[in-house]
Design a protein around this ligand. Structure first.
Ligand SMILES: Cc1ncc(COP(=O)(O)O)c(C=O)c1O
Length: 391
């Protein structure tokens, strides 16, 4: 596919390999294994002498189509699809790191990522130091001789803090570490971390890439050398957190509308953020598209738009926050995000409840904080839905 095509075109036309039936919409290959013409061909496929599918834990044509399409959007050499966003993070760490290695990570990360680093990886002698997402010098100061990986989300979940990808990539390069960026909130439509110097991009495809809250999925993207020879693909193929063909097909079709959805999510979120700033019972609004956002200029230089996530702090702590949630009739009370349906979450008691109070305080996840993933409903209806609880 030509490099000169725009993202919305790439999202529709990349990764098409028609079968003998010449179907227009991409076929879904629901098969766990593939048949060989002969014993010699089976041996050649297993030895890698002949390219081709063997078994769906290794590759599947529908999964490959999704990988090619997402790689085109991120302008990545290679994409490896995984069963979930968490398994994309796990595969990256297990593929690249060994016992005794050290990670420097943003302290503003999705709760399960913090738990993976803090509780599970620690048992395998991989230690993590958590630092401020926004203070580049803190990352440099946390580096040890055994630091192998920098890991961040930008904008972060839930406070939408912006990390400077380009500056952090320079620090990572200087100290010989890889920089991995979870690009779940922006998607390649708004931000392409590899072009800013990151080595790996991670996705929870469960979110905006699917876009309609239907399936789980994930992906890791980067240079072929790092993903294929560096151990990530070997981990995936051996340990098995592979993306299913059905989920790959759903997300592949989701990508076709990604640009139009992200533009609309960003537009609706901006209107909601401006409106929330005017509400007397709202203490503070966090949205990268607002001039009041502490890293507004950095967000503007790094992202094409603000994205769909708005976080706000209500006056009155947890009781007030829960009241806003319980008074909604339209907005879904659920932990997912990136859906056409707006979702409202109280991070302190859900997504971030398993991390310690101290880590929550450090990350600014207060009891009055609410995160709305603004969907594609009419903004006026969403405002009316929040107004009851805020009143
Ligand atoms: C920023 C971010 N990264 C990773 C994940 C994990 O993705 P998954 O639920 O697909 O494993 C999530 C899930 O909410 C997330 O918000």
């Amino acid at each position: 596919m030509s490099d000169s095509l725009e993202p919305e075109t790439l999202a529709i036309h990349t990764g098409i390999h028609r079968s003998q039936f010449n179907e227009h919409s991409e076929a879904m290959y629901l098969t766990s294994s593939f048949v060989f013409d002969s014993a010699a061909q089976a041996a050649a496929r297993f030895s890698g002498e002949e390219p081709g599918n063997i078994y769906a834990r290794f590759t599947n044509p529908t999964v490959t189509a999704f990988e090619e399409r997402l790689a085109a959007l991120e302008e990545a050499e290679t994409c490896i699809a995984t069963s979930t966003g968490m398994s994309a993070i796990l595969a990256s760490v297990m593929g690249l790191l060994s016992a005794g290695d050290h990670i420097v990570a943003s302290r503003s990360l999705f709760g399960a990522t913090v738990n993976l680093f803090n509780n599970i990886l620690k048992r395998f002698d991989i230690e993590t130091t958590f630092v401020s997402a926004t203070d580049v010098s803190a990352w440099e100061a946390a580096v040890r001789p055994n630091t192998k990986l920098f890991f961040l989300e930008t904008p972060s979940n839930p406070l939408t803090e912006i990390s400077d990808i380009s500056e952090l990539s320079k620090v990572a390069k200087k100290v010989g570490a890889w920089l991995a960026v979870d690009n779940c909130f922006c998607t390649p439509i708004l931000q392409q971390p590899l072009k800013l110097g990151a080595d790996l991009v991670i996705h929870s495809a469960t979110k905006y890439l699917d876009g309609q809250g239907r399936v789980l999925g994930g992906a890791v993207l980067g240079k072929r050398e790092l993903l294929m020879d560096g151990g990530i693909y070997t981990f995936l193929r051996t340990a098995g957190p592979t993306l299913s063909a059905f989920n790959a097909w759903v997300i592949l079709k989701g990508l076709e509308t990604l640009k139009i959805r992200i533009d609309a999510h960003s537009n609706h979120a901006m209107q909601m953020a401006l409106w929330l700033e005017q509400q007397p019972n709202v203490e503070r609004v966090y949205y990268p598209g607002l001039p009041s956002h502490p890293q507004y200029d950095l967000a503007k230089s790094q992202q094409k738009n603000g994205g769909g996530i708005v976080t706000f702090e209500v006056k009155g702590g947890k009781d007030a926050a829960w009241r806003v949630i319980d008074e909604t009739r339209l907005i879904s009370i659920t932990a997912n995000l990136g859906d056409t349906k707006s979702t409202l979450t109280h991070p302190a008691s859900t997504t971030h409840s398993r991390i310690s109070q101290e880590a929550r305080d450090d990350a600014g996840v207060t009891d009055g904080l609410l995160r709305i993933a603004v969907g594609l409903e009419a903004v006026k209806d969403l405002q009316a839905d929040l107004s009851r609880g805020l009143a």
